[in-house]
Write a protein that binds this ligand. Structure first.
Ligand code: GDP
Ligand code: IMO
Ligand code: MG
Length: 423
């Protein structure tokens, strides 16, 4: 059976966690394929809010297996905290949670290296979540990393020590002051590793292969967003993994010809957290209103998210590189009450009008060209049927659908599971 993918089309935080949770009842397996605890995926149901960082968003459904794939990087300390929270809520994850032996581990010194690198960059910093993502993927591609499967070897602590020593030398090389107590960090780390070792480690590509052969349905859950992709994002202001569809092939071992639907999730406007270019960013009352109504604060770091109008040039690009087959529009409710709305339909690029995403979208190169839409007043948050949504919202959706030439199959009108309208 084909594997469906669900991924973010903007700069992350599109609402992936919510929709994976909504769709989980249709799948046997939910599998994360990249990223790590830089992600924060929020689920709201039965009056409770849950934020997941590494654990797939299908974990609250007893029927589904949840796989942390080989492309993911795991911080045992954060992982343990996530497990503790699940335990508090009586979620029985022991049978349903599976971890790839090939997933790489984030060490305490990876986090310190992240901090040293960002501090050394000064004003040019990426705005990283400081979870050690970049340094861990560097060790992976540099062929120095420690993997989950290594924890089953007797001498893994020797390997750990050698790598941590090297990291300490690297931290010293950065000419910045980072305060840390490695002994304390290591006590916490080794303790968390024991918890991790009590879970089920598997050869995940074989598991995925057999599951497909047996007709089981699989949904691959992306983290971050397409514009944060290491190759196709706004480099260097990106994360260190392939967040796009190809990442699901390498991050789980899915053959490209086994991919079914690609669900592309986008907010009805745009947000970004951290540094980097953002052509449609707003610095006025409209932006402040989006931030306030949309509660635009990072689920991982609590940082304020930058807000702006929907960027169709960037969205089209993301649909292209991912081969999106179905679109899902999130947070439509946040746009209620705006007199008029804007959508960026082209860029003015060095004096010329263009409709593709160029190499450099920094403000000195690019300014957005907008199409205006009439707003609507109605509160959408209690609406359940697509026939009840305001005409102005229908016009907005129809326009996007036509421009992108991909059906918008779902409109989200609030954070709760139930506030989801299928179309
Ligand atoms: P993810 O990283 O893509 O899973 O998204 P986040 O969880 O980081 O951010 C999405 C935020 O928007 C969370 O606080 C969600 O609870 C919330 N959210 C999701 N969908 C909607 C929606 O349709 N309307 C509103 N108002 N909030 C939503
Ligand atoms: P989810 O899965 C939004 C951003 C950071 C920073 C850049 C690099 O919740 O959508 P990193 O920690 O990877 O070194 O940070 O990427 N970033 C995210 N922004 N949502 C995320 O994940 C993000 N994960 C990383 O803010 O700009
Ligand atoms: Mg998030």
């Amino acid at each position: 059976m084909a594997v469906d993918l669900l991924l973010g089309l903007q700069w992350g935080d599109e609402g992936k966690g919510k929709i994976v949770d909504v769709l989980t009842s249709n799948y046997n397996i939910i599998a994360r394929f990249q990223g790590g605890p830089n992600a924060g995926h929020t689920l709201v149901f039965n009056g409770m809010k849950h934020v997941l960082h590494t654990i797939p968003s299908g974990i609250f459904h007893e029927s589904a297996k949840n796989l942390v794939g080989n492309g993911v990087v795991i911080d045992p300390v954060i992982f343990k905290k996530e497990l503790d929270k699940l335990e508090e809520q009586n979620v029985d994850y022991r049978k349903s949670l599976l971890i790839s032996r090939k997933a790489h581990l984030i060490l305490p010194t990876h986090r310190l290296l992240d901090a040293a690198s960002e501090t050394a960059k000064g004003k040019a910093k990426i705005g990283s979540t400081l979870k050690g993502i970049g340094p861990t993927y560097m060790d992976k591609t540099g062929r120095n990393g420690i993997r989950v499967g290594d924890l089953e070897l007797k001498d893994w602590k020797d390997k750990y020590r050698a790598l941590a020593n090297k990291h300490e030398a690297m931290i010293a090389f950065y000419d910045v002051k980072i305060d840390y107590n490695l002994e304390e960090l290591e006590t916490e780390f080794f303790n968390a590793v024991e918890t991790l070792k009590s879970l089920t480690f598997i050869d995940s590509e074989e598991y995925i292969y057999q599951a497909q052969k047996n007709g089981e349905s699989i949904l691959a859950e992306g983290a971050q967003g397409s514009l944060l992709d290491i190759d196709f994002g706004t480099y260097p202001f990106v994360t260190s993994s392939n967040t796009t569809a190809a990442g699901a092939c390498t991050g789980l071992g899915i053959a490209p010809n086994k991919i079914g639907d690609v669900f592309g999730i986008f907010k009805a406007y745009t947000t970004r957290v951290g540094s980097g270019p953002f052509p449609t960013e707003l610095f006025d009352e409209d932006g402040a209103r989006m931030a306030k109504v949309g509660h635009e604060f990072g689920a991982t770091t609590g940082r304020a998210r930058r807000c702006g109008w929907l960027d169709l040039v960037a969205l089209k690009y993301a649909c292209q590189v991912n081969g999106v087959t179905k679109l899902m529009m999130m947070k439509a409710d946040v746009l209620s009450g705006f007199k008029s709305l804007k959508v960026c339909t082209a860029y003015n690029y060095q004096g010329k009008e263009i409709t593709h995403l160029p190499y450099n979208i920094e403000a000195h190169n690019v300014s957005p060209i907008y199409t205006d839409f009439k707003g609507w007043k109605e509160d959408l948050t209690a609406m359940e049927d697509i026939s009840t949504i305001p005409n102005e919202l229908n016009t907005y959706i129809d326009f996007l659908e036509k421009e992108l030439d991909i059906p918008i199959t779902l409109v989200s009108v609030g954070p709760d599971r139930k506030q989801t309208i299928f179309r």
